[in-house]
Ligand binder design. Structure first.
Ligand code: C2E
Ligand code: MG
Ligand code: MG
Length: 313
């Protein structure tokens, strides 16, 4: 971390803390690189600090909300479930997407309490829908897990407790984890996933095909669903390689007796292509955008409307 001396640094500590900021930035970019301090680094650090302390209070203030995106059966357009996606309704900055604040929450312990809140909120919502909306009586709720939650002890007990408190059947919950989380510590993964499986909770591999994973794990871990990353689906029209990858993942899933969800379905063409491969489930703006709970409930209640869209009619 390099800082150029200037009279504005009145005390040595100010100079050192500027150098520290530059060093942190250098480490984040490239472990063996260097960075020269400039004021934008300071501005970014201040913004980050403000966001971080805001996030601490966000949950208490009710600024965190879940949106729900339908996961749709491609054969008949029925809603198989919803994925819960976190949003932060920031008082000044508007609605923030997870990419803006989840990495920050993951660097602190905040992700643990936020993750627990998400699980609880999503399970309660699904139970309520199952009671009120006949089309959702056997639907599942998908919840994303971060690596930090996975590594913390007691996740399985936490999930068990939340399911009981919410009266939700374990089979109505599916946890989404990425390949990198799965691969980080195979022993831990086996222990946690086996215990989740014993509870009866579903397990899906998120963004499948983009991470680093070993295929042998797919048969070793008690996974039940692969979610094909949206980047393959979106590139399917132009790119024959992407089409082959999608076809292969669907064949792999079939052989391993896993469910398969195509993510990021944005067009009729993509939907038709996935249908031609007998892909069972899809998710994407074309099938239904992430919506707040009330809108998602309405979307599900108007089942025929939704299935007509999903059939491309
Ligand atoms: P993900 O789990 O892969 O979620 C799918 C993302 O794709 C969502 O972005 C969704 O809004 C977006 N998406 C859905 N349909 C389409 C489409 O047709 N086209 C395109 N281009 N995108 C589509 P979002 O909501 O911004 O979430 C981003 C990521 O943040 C999620 O990726 C997930 O990894 C993470 N995330 C979201 N909620 C939570 C949470 O509660 N906890 C944790 N740990 N991570 C979360
Ligand atoms: Mg996901
Ligand atoms: Mg994904």
């Amino acid at each position: 971390g390099i800082v150029v001396g200037d009279p504005m640094y009145r005390v040595p500590e100010a100079l050192l803390s500027a150098a520290q900021l530059a060093m942190n930035r250098a480490k984040a970019v490239d472990q063996s690189g260097y960075e020269v301090y400039d004021v934008s680094l300071h501005d970014r650090a201040v913004e980050r600090l403000a966001l971080e302390s805001g996030l601490r209070r966000a949950a208490e203030r009710g600024e965190l909300v879940l949106h729900y995106q339908p996961i749709v059966s491609l054969s008949d357009g029925r809603i198989a479930g919803f994925e819960a996606l976190l949003r932060w309704q920031h008082q000044e900055l508007g609605v923030l997407l997870p990419s803006r604040f989840i990495p920050m929450a993951e660097e602190t312990d905040l992700i643990l309490s936020i993750g627990e809140w998400v699980l609880d909120r999503a399970c309660r919502q699904m139970y309520q829908w199952q009671q009120q909306i006949p089309a959702l009586s056997s639907a599942t709720i998908h919840v994303n897990l971060s690596g930090r939650q996975f590594k913390q002890g007691g996740l399985v007990d936490q999930v068990d407790r939340i399911l009981r408190q919410c009266h939700l059947e374990p089979s109505a919950l599916a946890l989404e984890i990425t390949e990198s989380i799965m691969m980080a510590d195979a022993e831990l993964t086996t222990a946690v996933l086996d215990a989740m499986r014993s509870l009866g909770v579903g397990l899906a591999v998120d963004d499948f095909g983009t991470g680093y994973s070993s295929l042998s794990y797919l048969s070793r871990f008690p996974i039940d669903t692969l979610k094909i990353d949206g980047s393959f689906v979106q590139g399917a029209k132009e790119n024959a390689g992407n089409r082959k990858i999608i076809r292969s993942i669907i064949a792999l899933a079939r052989d391993l007796e896993l469910g398969v969800v195509a993510e990021g379905v944005e067009s009729t063409d993509q939907l038709a292509f996935l249908r031609s491969l007998h892909c069972t489930l899809g998710q994407g703006y074309h099938l239904g955008e992430p919506m707040n709970a009330a809108a998602a409930g309405r979307f599900a209640a108007q089942g025929r409307e939704a299935s007509r869209t999903a059939r491309g009619a």
